[in-house]
Design a protein around this ligand. Sequence first.
Ligand code: SAH
Length: 376
Amino acid sequence: MKSFFDYEKPELASIFDPPFRATQIYKAVYQRSFDDFALMTDLPKASRASFSVEWNIKLPSVHRRFDSIDGTRRYLVRLQDDELAETVYIPEESRDTICISSQIGCALACTFCLTGQLGLTRHLSAGEIVTQALVAQRENLVPRPRPSPGAPSPEASPCRARASRARRPLPGGEAFNIVLMGMGEPLHNYDNVMKAIRILHDKDGLNMSMSRITLSTAGLLPAIERLAAEPMIPNLAISLTGATNEKRNELMPINRRYPIEQLLDAVRRFPLKHRQRVTFEYVLLGGVTDAPEDALHLVKLLKGIRAKVNLIPFNEAEELSYRRPLDAAIERFQQVLIENNISAFVRKNRGNDISAACGQLKKKWADEPQRVSCSH
Ligand code: SAH
């Protein structure tokens, strides 16, 4: 069976006869959350039956859900081959955020990141990326779909039964942000990630505006240049962390291939809309990247770039030997940036108690006691 979520609407329009079925089914699946062709009573009966045999429109199941005391939820989404994709739902005051993964594991081996210790198992398909967002959206935001009269009861489907418990009813795409900051390096899985972004953006699908999608990269320079030439470009975030080549070479091996100056030159050329900025993520590692001199190096590097800096105090893990800086060091670092007219924010640690924070997504569930609630 083919996964419907792997296909863009124009591709489907060239497969389906008549082509407008693509729009019809897109709307039913993405906007009305139907997961059974039998519910699509506006399709001819024979098509419903044949589509059911050929196309899978069911979302993957949630293998496990961890709930943080701060409201953050971490999902392990079970894929066809039993690999688990990690997705994090982060409720926020203004707009909630869904953090999705682009790979199982990661090839880049950043020394401060748990996912980096795993190595790469495989890329995720476009559909596997898209469905992570749908799973988190339906569990948290979407009201129960209303099928047409005469269709089978929605309670028959566990997916819709879950949706009926959703926290609050909100419409589709504009209700949340998506960040590609979960497991993996999105630009290493370029084609599938871009396809997923186009699917999420489709106006007959989730209708996510590009300004609500952020792609975070460790700095795959050729892929950044490729991204710059795309017709649709999400927000760009660059994970910097080291502010000199010497430091960055040690922390992020990718820097040995694409040194900082070259990376930042590509960022300078990156097309930005009016008032749009590039986000730089900078992990504060106690005694390693948190000195005021590091902040001054960072100031120098970012000259001439419309930048915003997110400072992420290191999230500690037994397997990693770094430590979180003292609060005073975090404040001082931020102050140096602000004094030099750079917008700098300290990212709050979210979901720390459930290993959902930045860099903590890793197979930690296998042997750990079930100390957090799990509804699946
Ligand atoms: N590969 C992409 C996206 C995944 S990492 C990238 O590098 O941008 C998402 C963010 O988490 C990155 O900014 C990374 O620097 C940060 N991060 C990784 N490990 C961390 C840790 N232990 N504590 C805090 N942030 C971490």
